[in-house]
Design a protein around this ligand. Structure first.
Ligand SMILES: [Zn+2]
Length: 232
């Protein structure tokens, strides 16, 4: 089931204190409307009861969609630096809930689940988009690396992510997005062949593919941080 917890919030515009139902976990099988809200970039958007100012809570919850085979631990964008520790912690949560340490009935469900760890709303949304259009997320991150080689002026930096927004046809919609504010720095399109070519012949990318898929944190961001080099 989906779980919400009353939380006292302070409006950043007028300092009004009010109570909001903050999400603790999402069960998208039972609440497909919550999945829709994540895709529409509206989930956990708060409207101040006094001045109507809108702001969004940062993600800090577990997302489950058995039908689509997704289990995602979503954390705030600012927690990215701690991705190694968070990866260990969330893997343990998954193991207890659906993995080796879970009851057999839960393990049976867990075998169809792909556990993932994301930081920030754009990263979470991207995982839902990838599943929707049938892309393998490890191959997709490899495709990003390939794309970066041809984008010398890419604004890649800690906290600035390259994210797939959508694309069911020949073109893919991408954007450089600030992970915390969700501000788009640059929206652009690339041919779907970027992904299809690598998916067809992933051989040359085997080493980086293995590195990206080595933990539930499947994101090229980890390659551009100190810890990513240690993991290699
Ligand atoms: Zn307010």
């Amino acid at each position: 089931m989906s779980l919400f917890v009353p939380m006292n919030l302070t409006c950043p515009a007028c300092a009004e204190v009010f109570t909001y139902e903050a999400v603790g976990s999402v069960n998208a099988d039972r609440r497909p409307d919550l999945r829709d809200e994540i895709l529409q970039e509206q989930f956990q958007t708060v409207t101040c009861s006094a001045c109507a100012h809108e702001f969004r809570l940062e993600p800090d919850f577990n997302y489950l969609d058995v039908g689509r085979g997704q289990w995602i631990a979503a954390l705030p964008a600012r927690a990215l630096r701690d991705h190694l520790e968070s990866g260990v912690e969330k893997q343990a949560v998954f193991n207890l809930s659906y993995g080796a340490q879970a009851p057999e009935a839960a393990r049976a469900v867990g075998r169809s689940l792909q556990p993932r760890l994301v930081f920030g709303w754009p990263a979470l949304r991207e995982k839902l988009v990838l599943q929707e259009i049938g892309f393998d997320d490890v191959i997709w991150e490899v495709a990003k690396l390939d794309l970066l080689r041809s984008l010398p002026d890419a604004p890649l930096a800690e906290g600035v992510d390259l994210r797939l927004l959508g694309g069911g046809g020949d073109m893919l919609d991408l954007a450089w997005i600030r992970a915390d504010s969700e501000e788009h720095l640059n929206d652009f399109q690339v041919s779907r062949a970027l992904y299809d070519d690598i998916a067809a012949t992933p051989g040359p990318w085997a080493a980086v593919q293995a590195l990206l898929g080595a933990s539930m944190f499947v994101d090229i961001q980890k390659l551009f941080m100190g810890a990513g080099e240690d993991a290699a």
